[in-house]
Design a protein around this ligand. Structure first.
Ligand code: ZN
Length: 86
């Protein structure tokens, strides 16, 4: 009956595959990856959508305790100003 035990064990192992939990929006907002832009005073983070990297911005989100980092939009603005000044 060894073949039976083997098949039974394999069936049992397959059953115990870990399920991935749903991403919670609230817990996402508490993520450490969220940064706070002191220039435009908006919280933001890198996000993926359809394997494309973009910046997600959270208006009216408290930036207290967040990592201060100028967002890409402000960096782009600065670059434009620099170009104008030469
Ligand atoms: Zn900004």
């Amino acid at each position: 009956m060894n073949w039976f035990n083997k098949a039974w064990n394999q069936r049992d192992n397959k059953k115990q595959l870990p399920k991935k939990g749903k991403a919670n929006y609230d817990s996402k907002l508490a993520d450490k990856d969220i940064k706070y832009c002191p220039t435009c005073r908006v919280c933001w983070e890198w996000s993926y959508q359809s394997s494309k990297l973009y910046v997600e911005r959270y208006k009216d989100f408290v930036g207290y305790g967040k990592i201060k980092q100028v967002c890409t939009m402000c960096i782009a603005k600065k670059g434009e100003e620099k170009n104008e000044q030469g």
